[in-house]
Design a protein around this ligand. Structure first.
Ligand code: HEM
Length: 437
């Protein structure tokens, strides 16, 4: 065994004993980008007592997500609270177990299955647009959360619209609040204690739903998972199906809520861009009502969504544990370290995105270079629900742009808050009305 020479460690500072640079990381939203400008795409620090390597920019991120992914563990990287609350699901699995399960789950999120989800997405979003007209004024983040949860719970686990969806949604809010608890202690009444109780109720509920689907499959994604078989004819176990269903519901709504809210906010701030997006939609509307085939004919909306993903990525980065020494350029990172790839800092590199704070969809007239737009992660473990989320966002956006108008109300903070997913501080209060023809 050879020892790791200290001078091959990446540049950077560990900061104070134990806490290291945890406070700067938590409270300075420009921490990663400042360190990048000082040290480059790979640097060391200490977070919550652990030596940590940060990776920023296409080359470093590609190494972590793809060419050297075997040096990293997902399960060992995410905080304890994630491991406890999201349990035995794809997000936290590694190696062969992950590859096997991902292959079984993939068909429920691509091709023919997606096409089947189209009608439900259209009808649920239409119902919410009617509701928003009746309300007139509301906080959009909260409303989007209900909309995306309604779609996710109907399509993923076949929940009936109504009380079941509302109950599931309340449990998920409790669960999500617990994910970011710094001290994940199981004490009843604390934030984490409530999250654990919500997790148990969700698992019990989903366990029953899995049993029902095993007896009688329906048209939801869970039914496809129940019926999926590997080459040897094996299915996912009951326990695994329940855990995966919970992950899908969790992953499938907060993130989409965040991007849709920022899209509406940026359109409200940029009337000229809004006009271009509306013209594109109205030209399509002249040819008939929204249908699946139209969704591939919206280049401007595609660019708008890419720019929202760049400037407001719902997830700011991803954690890993180094399980085999990892080499990048002249540096070597030892086994046992924590690794963090920064989505938000990669999206703000001025060499790739000049004037990075400016909202400008036309940056994406050309396709982005690989691993420079990574709001959904990348490589073999890119977000499983990416196509599902993009389908849903385009359907909601098309309907909004064709028929409605909104104004951002004064006296509110639109400052970005990073957790649980990036959102405007006061949630975006708007006045909503029908657009003139
Ligand atoms: C705008 C919406 C979404 C965003 C921005 C987003 C973002 C992400 C990101 C960044 C990752 C990778 C994390 C990492 O590398 O550590 C990821 C993974 C994942 N996402 Fe999404 N996501 C979205 C929607 C969805 C939806 C709708 C679903 C399911 C219905 C979903 C299911 C998953 C799953 C299962 C994984 C883990 C994949 C694996 O490890 O193999 N996501 N997502």
């Amino acid at each position: 065994m050879h020892s790791i020479s200290v001078d091959r460690l990446p540049p950077g500072q560990f900061g104070l004993p134990v806490v290291g640079q945890t406070f700067a990381f938590l409270f300075d939203r420009d921490f990663a980008i400042k360190q990048y400008h000082r040290y480059g795409p790979i640097f060391k620090t200490r977070l919550l007592g652990e030596p940590t390597v940060f990776l920023i920019g296409p080359e470093a991120v590609e190494a972590l997500l793809s060419s050297q992914m075997d040096c990293f563990s997902w399960r060992g990287g995410w905080p304890e609270s994630f491991r406890i609350l999201l349990g035995e699901s794809l997000f936290l699995q590694d190696g062969e177990e992950h590859r096997h399960n991902r292959k079984l789950m993939m068909p429920a999120f691509h091709g023919a299955a997606l096409a089947q989800y189209f009608e439900t997405m259209v009808s649920v979003s239409r119902r919410y647009c009617d509701r928003w007209l009746r309300l007139g004024e509301f906080v959009w983040l909260e409303e989007m959360k209900q909309l995306t949860f309604d779609i996710a719970s109907q399509l993923l686990v076949g929940a009936d619209s109504g009380e079941e969806v509302a109950q599931l949604s309340r449990w998920f809010t409790e669960l999500t609040n617990g994910l970011f608890a710094l001290l994940p202690l199981s004490i009843p009444g604390t934030r984490f204690g409530r999250a654990l109780a919500a997790r148990d109720r969700l698992l019990q509920h989903l366990d029953r739903v899995v049993e029902q689907r095993q007896q009688q499959p329906t048209r939801d994604a869970l039914s496809l998972l129940v019926q999926a078989r590997d080459e040897a004819g094996n299915a996912l176990s009951q326990e695994e199906l329940t855990a995966q269903a919970m992950l899908l519901l969790f992953a499938g709504h907060e993130t989409t809520t965040s991007m849709l809210t920022w899209l509406c906010l940026e359109l409200g701030r940029h009337p000229q861009l809004w006009q271009r997006a509306r013209s594109e939609q109205r030209e399509l509307a002249e040819r008939g009502p929204l249908e699946l085939s139209q969704l591939s004919q919206m280049p401007y909306l595609d660019r708008l969504l890419m720019e929202v993903e760049r400037l407001h990525p719902p997830v700011s980065g991803g954690f890993r544990r180094v399980v085999k020494p990892f080499e990048f350029g002249e540096y070597r990172v030892p086994e046992g370290w924590l690794a963090l790839y920064s989505i938000i800092a990669t999206h703000r590199l001025p060499d790739i995105y000049p004037d990075p704070e400016r909202f400008d969809p036309d940056r994406f007239v050309e396709r982005p270079q690989p691993y420079s737009l990574i709001g959904f992660g990348g490589g073999p473990r890119v977000c499983l629900g990416m196509a599902f989320a993009k389908l849903e966002m385009k359907i909601v956006a098309s309907q909004l742009l064709r028929e409605y108008d909104w104004e951002i109300l004064p006296d509110q903070s639109l400052e970005a808050v990073a957790v649980p997913t990036r959102h405007p501080k006061d949630g975006l209060r708007v006045r909503f009305f029908r657009a003139s023809a």
